[in-house]
Design a protein around this ligand. Sequence first.
Ligand SMILES: [Zn+2]
Length: 337
Amino acid sequence: MQSKRSRLLLPELIRLEALIETFPTRVKATELARFQSGTHAYPSYLIELAEFDPAKPSLLLTGGVHGLERIGSAVLIAFLESVLQRLEWDHGLQHQLSQLNLLVLPMVNPVGMANHSRSNGNGVDLMRNAPVNCEEKAAFLVGGQGYSPRLPWFRGNPQQPEAESQVLFELVRQKLFQSPFSLVLDCHSGFGQVDRIWFPYAKSRKPVPHLAELYRLRQLLFDCYPHQAYAFEPQSLHYLCHGDVWDYLYDESLHGTTLFLPLTLEMGSWNWVRKNPFQLLSSLGLFHPVKPHRVKRVLRTHLTLFHFLIAATASHQEWRRALYPRMLRQEAMELWY
Ligand SMILES: [Zn+2]
C-alpha cells in the first residue's frame, strides 16, 4: 500500500479506484502496468465495460500522457462517472455501448503526473519516443530532442521505447488492430485559444491515406453539432515532430486490413491563463485550469464529443457507406494542404 502522501499527489488515481470499487460488476479494470518512482509504484488501469469482442468496432480514450496535462485524465474519469451512473437505468445507452468496445486508459503516465512533470520518470517525452522520424524539418527542441532528459521534449531511445509507450503499442495491437474499425481520442491540454482535434501526421506535411474518412468525420461532427467550437485539422498545420505515437501506430495499421483513425484532443488552456495570469507562476496552472468553476466547465464541455465518437464508432458502417472518397479528399486537400 502506498503512503498517504503519494496518493494525495494523485487525486485522479484515488477517484479512479473509487469508481472501480463503486461499480464492481460494470467495470472491468485491468492493471496493464505498474510504474516505479522511488519507493512508490503507480498502476496504469485499462477500463472496459464488457469483454472485448474483436467483431465489434473499438473506441479508445487515453489521457495523462503528459504528466502536467492532468485535465486529460480528469475529463476521462468524469466521463466514466457519468456513463456508469447512466448505465444503471438508461437502456438506450446500454444498447449503444453493446455495439462497440469502449476502452479507457485515463492515466498513461502516472509517474509524470505524480512528479508534476510532462515527461515520464526517465525524463522522456512519451509523444516524442516512438520509433518514427520526422520526414521534413522538425520544430527545434519542441519537435523532439536527443540532447538531455533535463530539457523538455527529450526523445529517449526510440529504438527501445519507454515502458509507458510499449503499453500503448501493445494495447492498440492486441485490441484495436483486431477490430474492423477503431478510433482513438488522446486527451491533452495545450496552448491556443480553442479546443483542437488533431489527426496525423505530425512527422510530415503530407496527407494521410485516410484523409477522406477524417474529413467526413469532421463534417459529421460539424453538421450534427453546428455550435461546437472545435478546430479539426492535421497536426502538421501547427508543428512537425519526431516520435509521435499516433503517427507510428497509424503507419503500422496500414499494413493490416483494419481502419484505425487516431485523434488527439488539445484542450485550449491559454484562455484560462489570460483570465488568471497568476496561473503562469505555477507549472501546473499553465496546463491545467485551476479555478474550480473552470475545471467544472472543462469536465462537462467534452462529454458531447465523447458521445459523438461513441456513435461514430458504433455506426461506422453507416457513415462510411455514404463516403465519396475522391470528392472528400479533394475538399480536404483544398482546406488544409
Ligand atoms: Zn500533451
